[in-house]
Design a protein. Structure first.
Length: 405
């Protein structure tokens, strides 16, 4: 993977912070999966000078430069002009696209049909307005539309084949993402260094988990696949149950999958998370096989209607171990599930006391013929982060209960 690729995303909405640059994420991932390493991302506003000057510098250092955005019909769409200037070429008009633009009664039809001299045109396809690319003996500049859906349409039918034909690639890469719980970033790094071999790794801390990226390079796809498979075996052995998902899998997906495998029905009772846990479980296809449902008992009155004794709430408070235990037990009784989980806590920013800080949560697990288990946590962050971490930990505790069953 020694071919160097740069991405130039164009749009004032990006540099002004009005929109997120999702195109760089998608293109980088797709290119990597097909053997092309993107080593630089740059964003510039809708300015001919900024685009042209930046493109000139990128062309010096990279084998391929892909631009996105600025190919539309409005005045701020100036990529065609900027690329033509950066390459030092004249403009030519494509008569077929000119006829299309005139038929659409655009205010400046020639603009939509103008390209740098020598450019190969990527014709409009499905949802896409198309694009163009200019190649030399060892360089290529490719301009794509800025709408993410249009780029997705073009990626496999145009972008990847053109890059492979014009610049090729000598190295095949394989990358695996491992999602790990109950370990800090430092702990994951320390453990992963025990694996010997030729590979690269990256670590990305997330809320309640750490993402470990492993990359291997080889001269053949077969060897690369073999190498990443061997490393995956070692990673699974090292982290065991703490490794809860791989690649695009989510924690809720793997949890539901394990519940289905064991044919175990579950139910839930939520207070501070307000249905977040249930929503995450229900979002997984096939969840109906194991998820009976649950209760959102945000108020003390509804906790009592669920079956939590009033005196337990008054004595211990709604955010307490006894209340979490009672919520889980009563939910299991009413739904007749094999396992139930409860969440009660203080999401913030208000509601804290001297003894009960923001982020304090109790998560209960109740199973048939087993005393309920309640664990205490104090999550850090804002309200949304705290609620997410509570739902995340509840899913982890469900998995732990399954492994211990």
């Amino acid at each position: 993977m020694d071919v160097k690729v740069a991405l130039l995303t164009i749009g004032t909405e990006l540099t002004a912070g009005l929109e997120a640059d999702t195109n760089s994420f998608f293109i980088s991932r797709e290119l990597f999966n097909h053997g092309f390493a993107v080593s630089k991302h740059v964003s510039v506003p809708d300015s001919v000078d900024d685009i042209a000057d930046t493109l000139k510098e990128l062309i010096k250092d990279f084998d391929a430069v892909i631009t996105t955005g600025g190919l539309g019909p409005t005045e701020d769409d100036v990529t065609r002009i900027a690329v033509t200037r950066a390459l030092g070429r004249k403009t030519f008009i494509d008569e077929e696209l000119l006829a299309v633009a005139k038929k659409r009664a655009l205010s400046d039809p020639e603009k939509m049909a103008s390209f740098p001299e020598g450019a190969k045109i990527i014709r409009p396809f499905k949802r896409s307005v198309g694009g163009f690319y200019v190649s030399t003996a060892d360089k290529i500049v490719m301009s794509l539309p800025g709408v993410p859906a249009e780029i997705e349409d073009l990626m496999h039918v145009e972008v990847l084949p053109v890059l492979a034909k014009n610049i090729g690639q000598k190295i095949t890469c394989r990358r695996k993402l491992f999602k790990i719980a109950n370990n800090t970033e430092v702990e994951v790094e320390k453990k992963i260094k025990a694996i010997k071999g030729s590979y690269k790794y990256g670590l990305l801390p997330k809320l309640g988990e750490v993402h470990l990226y492993i990359t291997v390079e080889s001269s053949s796809a077969q060897e690369a696949a073999k190498d990443i498979s061997l490393i995956e075996e070692l990673v699974r052995k090292i982290f065991s149950r703490d490794l809860f998902a791989v690649d695009d899998e989510s924690l809720e997906e793997t949890t539901v999958k394990e519940l289905v495998q064991r044919k175990m029905k579950i139910s839930i009772a939520e207070s501070s998370t307000g249905g977040l846990l249930g929503n995450r479980i229900a979002s997984v296809a096939g969840a109906s096989e194991v998820f009976l449902g649950g209760f959102i008992t945000y108020s003390d009155d509804l906790k009592q209607k669920l079956g939590v004794p009033k005196d337990i709430i008054e004595k211990n408070g709604a955010v307490s171990e006894p209340v979490a235990a009672s919520m889980a037990v009563e939910t299991q009784k009413q739904t007749k599930s094999k396992l139930s989980v409860s969440i009660t806590g203080i999401a913030g920013p208000g509601g804290a006391t001297k003894d009960k800080p923001v982020g304090l949560h109790y998560i209960g697990i109740s199973q048939e013929s087993v005393e309920p288990v309640v664990k205490k946590f104090v999550f850090k962050g804002g309200r949304d982060q705290v609620r997410w971490q509570a739902s995340q930990m509840a899913l982890h505790l469900i998995r732990e209960a399954l492994f211990d069953d």
